[in-house]
Every structure is written in C-alpha cells, then in structure tokens.
Ligand binder design. Structure first.
Ligand SMILES: Cc1ncc(COP(=O)(O)O)c(C=O)c1O
Length: 431
C-alpha cells in the first residue's frame, strides 16, 4: 500500500469506508483487552514463587548482623540487601537505603522531604521558595509527573531523543534558573520510549552547574537490569561521574524489584551521597522504625547473588520478548511504509512508544476503547496530561497473553489507520 499522504481525496474516502467496515466488525466481537499498564503477567510473577519458600521459621535471623528480621531495627535495611542494590545501582552499600515495596513511594517521600524540610542543612524548604520547577523529559513516566503535580511543582517538558533528554535545554535551565529544583530521569530503557542515555548525556548531567544549590537529579533506574536482547544497552554510572567532579550531592537514585520479583511485594531502594543520606535519615527515623526486613531477607535467600538475579531476568526475557516481537511484527506488517506512524525498538524495559500522525493519538485511543481495547490515555506521558502534538501512545505488551496481544495489536493498527485517514481527509477538505 502506498503512503497515505500520496493518496487522492477519492482514494482516501474509499479507504475510509473499508476501514470503517473492518472497525465495525471488530466492535461486534465485544473484545475486552488491556494494553494500558506496565504490569508483569502472571507467568512472570510465577517465576518468583520460590521466594515464598526461600525463608523458613528457622531462618529469620539476618546472618550478618544477627538481627531478628521480625523485630525493629536496621532502619536502612539488612546489609545483604544494601549490597544487592549497591551492585544494581553501581554505588557503595553505605550509599543505599532499602525501603518498602515501592520506589515510587521513596521518590514521593524524597520530594515531600525537600518540600517541607529542604534538601540539606541550611537549605530552605522548597515550599518556601516561591514557584519551583522540575524539568520533565517527554514522553516520560506519568506517575513521576503526578508526584510533582501533587506538590504544585511547575513542570517544564524537555524533549527526549534516543540519547536522552535535550541536554542543551537541560543545561540552559539548570545552570541559569534557580527555580529549577529537579529533573525526572529514567536513564535506562526509559518509560515509554525505551531509550538509554548516552555516555555523553550522563557526563553532561554530572557536569551540571546548577543555579540552585538544592537542585537534584531524580535518577529512577527502574529498568537497570531489564534487558530483552543479546545486545543490551550500557548506561554509564552517574554516581561515578559525579564523584569525579565533586557533584555527587546532586543525585538521588532509585530502583526496585517490582519488575524482578513481585510488583506489589518487592523491595525498593534509593541511593545517595553519604551527606544526602544523613539528611534523609534524620526524617526517615521519624517516619518509620524500619521497613520489612523479612521481605528483604527472602529476596536475598532467593537470589543469593547478582548472578542469581541475572539468571532470573533471563527467564523474564524468555516470557516477554515474544510479546514485544509480536507487537513489532504487527506494527510493521500493518503500518510499515504507510507514513502514518513510527515506533521504538528498545533493547529492554517494559514499553514501546508509538507515534501516530499529529492530532491523532487521542482519537486512536478513543477508537480502541470503543472496540474494547484499553490503552494508556493519550497524553499520559506528558506533564498535566498534555501531549502538545497529540501523537504519542504508550504500548505495554507484558500483561496480556500472546493471543490477547495479537488481537489488541491488530485492532490498534486498524484504529491508527482509521484515525490517519480521517485526519488526512479533513486536511484535504480544509485545503
Ligand atoms: C520508570 C518507573 N519508575 C517506577 C515505577 C514504579 O516502581 P515501584 O513499583 O518500585 O514503585 C515504574 C512502574 O511502572 C516505572 O515505570
């Protein structure tokens, strides 16, 4: 099929009528499919069931410290868990704080702490500094944006590219505007594009000279070990680069086992300079007497070491790669060469980013919904839910079964075509 923008109005009208018939057929099937959230499927969760048997009633002592994991104590986590996250994040164990089951929770609390108490001794709380702002690489993770929006922090979109955020823009804002207090980053297999920041991008982050002393990089390495291919991306270690330049206080790192073991019952951690950690702990001690150490120990016993985690991630890959492949194949077969969409091919992570013709994303999502296929809301990957070009759609292929995914991807492509034909006809009629 020729590219849609080469078709005459008559050809487009004929195509539209054919697509509408096909769409009505799909609607009549009464589908109920969901490609909206980046959740592991049941098969993936089953991979970690052995974790529930990894601890016995005779094995609840943390062998290194002799701490009874059932009791209070070890606010920053058991040493083995701190070391595990230190390896995952490429930092020292002293820089790691192991929390509860959610890294998003740690991020929310970190923003809340800075808002209420500031980022360090002698730094004013963010909420007493007038209008403050965060840079938000777009498209990005909707829940990051929801956190900053909840606290009334103004959000400034920064375009993403395959090498990371537009660093000219980041430097311009951060180095000159003291109201810029933070930036959200998913540096490896970004949500939703699946891009990994290049070495140069990481070095430029480490070399920032913020106008605000209390500026912080929120480095959410949620997909640090979530490779899908034999040619995984490599992410330069930001903390190392910062240490070389004496800028390590600028960084907060986060990760969790949500997409490794159980999304609802994993373990999360954050890493920061010893100075930042001392400040954070001053308030964390007020917030809790300690997180769930039994779950930390269970994870340690289950994996034993990093090789154990890597081997486990290979099993995830075997389950989810075919799902990604199926979506890519369908997109290529149905939309390739039509000039109405492009999509990403990440080497890892949880998402595929689909870009449709400007002004069509909302329409595609609505058409899908009416045909029984739920997608993430158009615009969700942008601050305030506003995608200025209305082009981006996040595809989450992990949760549905292959059969469901095959149908959902087929319906999605049909809706992309229909929305594109509608838009092109509208433009022809207006010309
Ligand atoms: C980039 C990113 N960060 C954090 C999370 C949530 O992590 P957690 O379950 O540890 O709160 C997600 C979940 O989809 C994510 O995509």
């Amino acid at each position: 099929m020729a590219a849609y923008n080469t078709l005459s109005a008559a050809a487009l009208a004929e195509l539209k009528s054919k697509l509408e018939t096909a769409y009505r057929n799909e609607q009549s099937l009464g589908l109920k499919l969901d490609m909206s959230r980046g959740k592991p499927c049941a098969e993936q969760l089953d991979l970690s069931m052995g974790m529930l048997d990894a601890l016995s009633s005779a094995d609840i002592l943390d062998t290194e410290t002799g701490t009874d994991t059932r009791n209070y104590g070890l606010l920053e986590g058991i040493p083995e868990a701190r070391r595990m996250f230190a390896e995952l994040l490429g930092v020292s164990a002293a820089e790691v704080f192991v929390g509860g089951n959610s890294s998003l929770n740690l991020m929310y609390d970190t923003v809340a702490r800075a808002m209420q108490f500031g980022t360090m001794e002698n730094e004013a709380p963010w909420n007493r500094q007038g209008t403050i702002k965060f840079l938000c690489p777009v498209p990005g993770y909707d829940r990051h944006f929801a956190v900053t929006q909840t606290f009334g922090i103004e959000m400034i979109p920064v375009p993403m590219s395959p090498t990371g955020p537009d660093m000219d823009m980041v430097e311009d804002y951060v180095n000159h505007d003291p109201s810029i207090k933070g930036i959200w980053c998913v540096p490896k297999y970004s949500n939703p594009d699946g891009y990994t920041y290049s070495d140069e991008t990481v070095r430029r982050f480490a070399s920032l000279k913020p106008a605000a002393r209390d500026f912080r990089i929120f480095w959410d390495n949620a997909y640090c070990i979530h490779d899908l291919t034999d040619t995984p991306d490599h992410l330069l270690n930001l903390m190392d680069e910062c240490k070389k330049r004496g800028t390590e206080d600028m960084v907060y790192m986060f990760a969790s086992t949500s997409k490794i073991t159980f999304s609802g019952a994993g373990v999360a951690a954050m890493a920061m300079s010893v100075k930042n950690m001392a400040w954070a702990k001053k308030f964390l001690t007020m917030q809790t007497i300690g997180f769930d150490k039994i779950n930390q120990l269970r994870h340690i016993r289950f994996f034993r070491d990093m090789d154990g985690i890597r081997a486990h991630m290979q099993k995830h890959r075997a389950i989810i790669y075919p799902r990604f492949e199926l979506v890519w194949k369908t997109l290529e077969q149905e939309l390739g060469g039509l000039g109405i969409a492009d999509w990403t091919h990440p080497n890892g992570g949880y998402f595929i980013s689909l870009n449709v013709l400007p002004g069509c994303a909302k329409r595609v999502v609505a058409l899908c919904k009416e045909a029984g296929v739920v997608l993430t809301g158009a615009g969700a990957s942008f601050p305030y839910g506003i995608d200025p070009n209305d082009t981006n759609i996040r595809i989450a292929p992990t949760y549905p079964t292959l059969e469901e995914l095959a149908k959902a991807a087929e319906v999605l492509c049909l809706c992309v075509k229909l929305a594109a034909v509608e838009k092109l006809l509208e433009q022809k009629q207006a010309a």
